[in-house]
Design a protein around this ligand. Structure first.
Ligand code: AMP
Length: 426
């Protein structure tokens, strides 16, 4: 066996205490927001056939072209780790004919995604998303509902400095995106020499990508082009106005950003992004994004059902909460039980008391090493316990504990079977 030290794969992180408390907080807070709007969880496999992502995300996207973890299964089938969540949700929606059971479907998901990108602060190869998909209506009210939920997830998590950006990328009718695309291709062909290699190669197949490109030459060219929002048809403009009306009615703040394209191919009409504006995030300040995808269900073999959704990156939300969040959100013990081996039977009593009180819903800690009274009191302070129950010889004989409030310093004798009620009273 190799003596090399075994390490996690580059770009794939361990999430350990105390930081894991921030993750739990974010997930719980997001679930609460989503449940309040009638969204229910969908859990799909992490591995899918590669063809799903090629068809569902788009063969000319960076994600599919360059970033997927793809491998051959034992029978030769090409499989990939999911790079995003929408394609899998749509596959499941079609496979289980969910549209037959309900006219509107509201699903959310949370879990790891995989993209072979160059790791840097805020950009990893395994990262985590919380996302939602809403199927069954193309009414702008549903778009607004989804945008409002993205805003609520970020706000409820405790992030204050962010910016919601909204646009429309149009539809596939001839007078909308196809006409705009043709205009764009002509303009880009004329300035092809100024574009990066990737954008040059994609002028014909995916000209909108230039708005997403970070190369200086491409940024310069993109500035001179008509923006995607400027190329949409009257019907899409009306739809976009509808989305804005609903958001305005609910006083949800947003900026119109006419250059949003989104990195994945399936978007139609509404497209939106949410960016952190605090100093914590650096260049990777996109917290999440999404949009409408009216042709995707059909493209993946399903009925003509429309959809809209988004995903937020959990790592980015953690970063946006800032460095103090872990300490602030760390779970605290209600009670720490102190018992030393000097008192016969005290450790057994402490153990059984801990089991009983935990069963009654309290968070209770013990020090399995035993050790001196002093060292156990110190440990109780270190874990931030609210109370300490001391099981000395006298207390044990009387069926009591000396219950000390570590916040106020007061101490009193309390019968062991009255501790739960005492700690749970406000
Ligand atoms: P996308 O699916 O590309 O629209 O990404 C949605 C969100 O997922 C982004 O706004 C980020 O917050 C997050 N995200 C995407 N890629 C990564 C990555 N490689 N590392 C960390 N977070 C990511």
């Amino acid at each position: 066996m190799s003596k090399d030290r075994l390490q996690a794969i580059r770009g794939m992180n361990d999430v350990l205490p105390p930081e894991s408390a921030v993750w739990s907080h974010l997930e719980q807070s997001a679930r609460k927001v989503l449940h309040a709007a009638g969204f229910r969880e969908a859990r799909t496999p992490i591995v899918e056939v590669t063809a799903l992502f090629a068809r569902g995300v788009g063969e000319t996207t960076d994600v599919v072209e360059k970033e997927m973890y793809t491998f051959a299964d034992r029978d030769g089938t090409s499989l990939s780790l999911r790079p995003e969540g929408t394609a899998s949700c749509v596959r499941a929606y079609v496979e289980h004919a969910v549209h037959k059971a309900e006219p509107i479907t509201r699903w959310y998901y949370a879990g790891p995604m995989y993209r072979h990108e160059r790791p840097q602060k805020g950009r990893y190869r395994q990262f985590h998303q919380i996302g939602l998909e809403a199927f069954g209506s193309d009414d702008p009210m549903l778009d607004a509902e989804v945008v409002a939920l993205l805003d609520a997830i970020v706000r409820q998590a405790g992030i204050e400095r962010y910016e919601l950006r909204l646009s429309s990328v149009g539809c596939n009718e001839a007078d909308c995106r196809p006409a705009y695309r043709a205009r764009l291709i002509a303009l880009l062909e004329a300035r092809k020499g100024e574009l990066c290699e990737d954008c040059q190669r994609r002028v014909e197949r995916n000209p909108l990508r230039v708005f997403d490109c970070k190369q200086p030459g491409c940024i310069q060219v993109a500035k001179t082009l008509p923006r995607p929002l400027e190329g949409i048809c009257a019907r899409c403009l009306q739809h976009f106005d509808g989305v804005r009306r609903y958001l305005d009615a609910a006083t949800i703040g947003y900026l119109v950003d006419s250059s949003i394209v989104r990195g994945l191919d399936y978007y139609t009409r509404t497209a939106f992004e949410i960016h952190g504006t605090g100093p914590e995030l650096g260049s990777q300040n996109a917290l999440g994004g999404g949009g409408r995808y009216d042709g995707l269900v059909e493209a993946l073999g399903g009925p003509a059902v429309t959809g809209v959704g988004f995903a937020v990156g959990v790592e980015r939300l953690v970063m946006a909460l800032g460095p103090g969040a872990a300490e602030r959100l760390a779970p605290r013990a209600d009670l720490f039980i102190v018992a030393t081996a000097d008192v016969p039977g005290a450790r057994e009593r402490a153990f059984s008391l801990a089991v009983t009180l935990r069963g009654q819903g309290l968070t209770v800690e013990l020090d399995p090493r035993g050790g001196s009274f002093k060292s156990q009191m110190k440990r109780a302070g270190n874990v931030g316990a609210r109370f300490v129950a001391i099981l000395g010889a006298e207390e044990l004989a009387a069926g009591n504990a000396a219950l000390k409030n570590l916040e106020t310093g007061t101490q009193e004798q309390v019968a062991l079977d009255a501790i739960a009620a005492k700690l749970q009273s406000p």
